[in-house]
Each structure stands twice: as structure tokens, then as C-alpha cells.
Design a protein around this ligand. Structure first.
Ligand code: FAD
Length: 420
């Protein structure tokens, strides 16, 4: 096998790996990104496309203990933990339960908002200068609900996010319906409008970033699967791939939900579970949505697409390595959408079903930082349901830490050694 020496080797050409690569390349490092497929075919392929700092909430929140027990038992709950006899799940749940306190949550919200706001500005700049359009649109986003509990939750989220400088306003059902007639008025009690949020087509966004990276002189090698490492003197000596070996001054692990297995090969703990979710692309709306909409009561994300179709995404089922499609959970997404929105009668026409595993750390904060066990290994993974909205900020933070520069946000909540 051939062996190549590179400056920085980024493992994974998802939105996070490429964002880190762009920032390092801009700063004068010579970066090679490798992926077993083409860029963006992992979890970055089919997400809802939301670039929304208003969703900077980690998964564990105070008062969730009994709810999370319910998620172990209820197969239809939009958030579900699949029971499985595994030490990983036990360890994950233990960290998850310890993270359910107000202090941890507020620390997490602060840094997640910082990286998400940085990212929104960055996507805006990319949309203005990129020759490749990726459907970027900044129309704001609605959280809507038909229940008292749902409305209370939306208001709490609005207040919390306003404290972080994310503007939002409460609106009545009638006011929302006037702006977004795709919703059924009889199902609407009210909701919150976040006017500054944006959305885009996720795969096209990755591709635009890949183009930017290449235009800066970066190299992407596709169809290249990492399968092993050779360690020596407290560092990674060689990365073994299906297309040759690599030696690198810095190895960035940005393998999303696959980071766990590869890190385990090094003897390192990366407790990431897959948060399985689905996205459906459909033409079946009688009245087309104009804005992204979160149906709070069903946890369904509806997004207008650049091609005139609509994407509907939802459910989070914590699994290990399980890509099975569960018709029952897909049907819940379709039914929940039809309940709240004007869609064609009968079955929803489906152009594409996609499922992906969100890389979920127990505390809902990504791992961004150097490994304490291998001096040239840098993690940038575990972005749960916020990977698109926070990737450029994570990439910038990653580059700042690798280059030893001052950082634009606090780094402590991201430290990998909290698990490793
Ligand atoms: C239904 C759904 C909706 C979502 N909606 C949103 C949203 O609206 N906004 C948002 O911010 N986030 C959303 N997310 C989450 C978001 O998609 C993820 O957080 C994000 O894509 C993670 O990006 P990543 O680059 O870390 O991982 P990935 O995109 O999975 O990238 C990892 C890469 O590693 C590669 N790889 C894996 N193993 C190997 C190997 N051995 N060798 C070489 N390469 C390898 C893969 O091919 C892949 O390209 C959603 C997720 C789902 C499932």
C-alpha cells in the first residue's frame, strides 16, 4: 500500500469535517479530507436543513428523568430510547441523567448558541459568494402548537433564547395562520415566530462547502475508508485506509456517529449513540408551506424546499448501529403532519424516504478538542440534532484550538476528556 505524509488529515467529509477543513485551510494549513463515499452522504445528506440558533438546546434538560423512562417504554413517542442490553446504553444513560440539571443545561445553551450564531453568519456569507447555490433562505421559523403544554414549552424556549440574543415573538393562532396558511387554523392555539432563522438544502450545502474548500487548495479523497490505526509514542502514527496509509501532524476525527467505533480501535471512549430520524420529501401539500415549521406537539419539522417540494422530518430514536426503517414511526410522521397541515386527502405521495443517525453525546454537546491519550488526535464529532446549524462555528472553534488561537466561545463544555 502507498503511504502519504500530510499536514492535517480530516476523517469524514460531512458538514462538520468540511467546516473544520475550510477553517484550517483558510489559516494556511494544508488539509486533506477523506471519506468512504462522496461528501455529504452520511447524516449530513437528508436533515431538515435548519440553520436555526433558536434550537440551541441540548437533549438532556432538567425534569426529564421520568420522561426518559417513558421513552424507554413508548414505541410511538417522538423521542424514544430503544431498550437494548448494552454497556454503552447504560453508560450513556448515566451521563445523560447527570447532565439533567439547570446549571449544565444553561452552560450548554450558551456555547451551542455561540457556535450556531457564528454558523448562521457564515452560511449567509457562503450563500452570497458561492457559485453553487444551496437553497439558503432566511425567512424565519415558526414553533406552533395546539395544546397548552406545547405553547408553554414554546414560550419557555423563546424566553431562554431571547436571553442569548436570538429574537423571537409570541403570536396567536390567527396571526400565525395569516402568515402561514398551510396550517389548519382549527389546530392552532398559537406559537412563536423566530424571524432571523434560515434554512437550506443540506446536501447542496455540503457540496458548496466542498467547492469552497477545493478553491482554497484543499484536497478531498473519496471512496477511502478508514479501517485501522497504528499507535506509537502517545500519538497516531498511521491511519490505514482502503486507499493507502496516511501519516499526519494532526488527525481530525469528524466521523459523526461512526466516530465511536473508530475511536474504540484506539482504545478511546466516545459515547455516541445514533439518534435515528427520518426525512420524507413530498409534493402532497394543498397549500405549500412558506416557512420552516416545527409542530411542537408532534416534534415534526416541515421545510419548504428550493425545488417546490416539501420536506417533513421527525422522530428521534436512540439506537446503537441500527439503520432499519420502522414503518410505524414513519406513519406517525405522516399522520402528525396531516393532522396539522393542509395536505392532499389520502396517502401522502412520497418522493424519497431517508433516515439518518444523529451523533448524540449524552450531554448534548459535541466533543471538540484534542484527545488526552493521543497528542495528534483532534475530535470534532457528536453534534446531535444541531450538526448543520452549528458546523461552521464548530469548524472555527476546532481550527482555533488546533492552531492555539484565542477562541470565540468557552471551550470547557466541549472538552473530549469529559468522556475519553
Ligand atoms: C431527520 C434528521 C433531521 C435533522 N435536521 C437537522 C437540522 O435541521 N439542522 C441541523 O443542524 N441538524 C439536523 N440534523 C442533524 C445533522 O444532520 C447532524 O448533526 C450532522 O449531519 C452531523 O454531521 P457530521 O459531519 O458530524 O456527520 P456525517 O454527516 O454523518 O459525516 C460523517 C462522515 O464520515 C464518513 N465515514 C464514516 N465512517 C467512515 C470511515 N470508516 N472511513 C471514512 N469515512 C467514514 C461518512 O461517510 C460521513 O460522510 C438532523 C438529523 C436527522 C437524522
Amino acid at each position: 500500500m502507498k503511504s502519504e505524509k500530510v499536514d492535517v488529515l480530516v476523517l469524514g467529509a460531512g458538514i462538520v469535517g468540511l467546516s473544520n477543513a475550510v477553517e484550517l485551510q483558510k489559516s494556511g494549513r494544508q488539509v486533506t479530507v477523506i471519506d468512504r463515499y462522496e461528501p455529504g452522504l452520511g447524516c449530513s445528506y437528508g436533515n431538515a436543513g435548519w440553520m436555526t440558533p433558536c434550537f440551541s438546546m441540548p437533549l438532556p434538560q432538567p425534569g426529564m428523568f421520568w420522561k426518559s423512562i417513558g421513552w424507554l417504554l413508548d414505541q410511538d413517542s417522538p423521542l424514544r430510547i430503544k431498550p437494548q442490553p448494552s454497556w454503552l446504553l447504560v453508560r450513556w444513560m448515566t451521563h445523560f441523567l447527570f447532565a439533567m440539571n439547570e446549571k449544565r443545561m444553561l452552560e450548554s445553551v450558551k456555547v451551542l448558541t455561540d457556535i450556531s450564531k457564528y454558523s448562521l453568519d457564515s452560511y449567509k456569507e457562503l450563500a452570497a459568494k458561492s457559485p453553487k447555490q444551496f437553497g439558503f433562505d432566511q425567512k424565519g421559523l415558526f414553533l406552533v402548537s395546539g395544546t397548552k403544554d406545547g405553547l408553554n414549552g414554546a414560550k419557555i424556549e423563546m424566553d431562554l433564547m431571547q436571553q442569548q440574543g436570538v429574537p423571537g415573538k409570541y403570536m396567536s393562532g390567527e396571526e400565525i395562520h395569516a402568515m402561514e396558511p398551510s396550517l389548519k387554523p382549527e389546530m392552532l392555539k398559537g406559537g412563536v415566530y423566530f424571524p432571523a432563522e434560515a434554512h437550506a438544502e443540506p446536501l447542496l450545502t455540503v457540496q458548496a462547502l466542498a467547492e469552497e474548500f477545493k478553491s482554497l487548495g484543499g484536497k478531498i479523497q473519496t471512496n477511502t475508508e478508514v479501517f485501522a490505526f497504528t499507535k506509537g509514542q502517545g500519538k497516531i502514527e498511521t491511519v490505514h485506509t482502503t486507499r493507502g496509509d496516511f501519516k499526519a501532524d494532526v488527525v481530525v476525527m469528524a466521523l459523526g456517529t461512526w466516530s465511536k467505533e473508530l475511536a474504540a480501535q484506539l482504545g478511546n471512549r466516545v459515547p455516541i449513540l445514533g439518534g435515528k430520524g427520518y426525512r420524507i420529501i413530498t409534493p402532497s401539500f394543498d397549500v405549500k408551506p412558506k416557512h420552516p415549521i416545527m409542530i411542537v406537539d408532534r416534534k415534526i419539522a416541515v421545510t419548504p424546499r428550493f425545488d417546490g417540494l416539501t420536506s417533513v422530518a421527525g422522530t428521534l430514536e436512540l439506537v446503537d448501529r441500527d439503520f432499519d426503517i420502522t414503518p410505524r414511526r414513519l406513519n406517525n410522521i405522516v399522520r402528525g403532519t396531516q393532522e396539522y397541515m393542509h395536505t392532499s386527502a389520502g396517502d401522502m405521495e412520497v418522493k424519497e424516504i431517508w433516515r439518518g443517525l444523529r451523533p448524540c453525546t449524552p450531554d448534548g454537546v459535541p466533543m471538540i478538542g484534542f484527545s488526552k491519550k493521543h497528542s495528534n488526535l483532534f475530535y470534532n464529532c457528536g453534534h446531535q440534532m444541531l450538526g448543520l446549524q452549528s458546523a461552521p462555528g464548530s469548524g472555527r472553534l476546532g481550527a482555533d484550538l488546533i492552531l492555539g488561537r484565542p477562541t470565540f466561545t468557552e471551550t470547557k463544555p466541549f472538552r473530549p476528556e469529559r468522556y475519553e
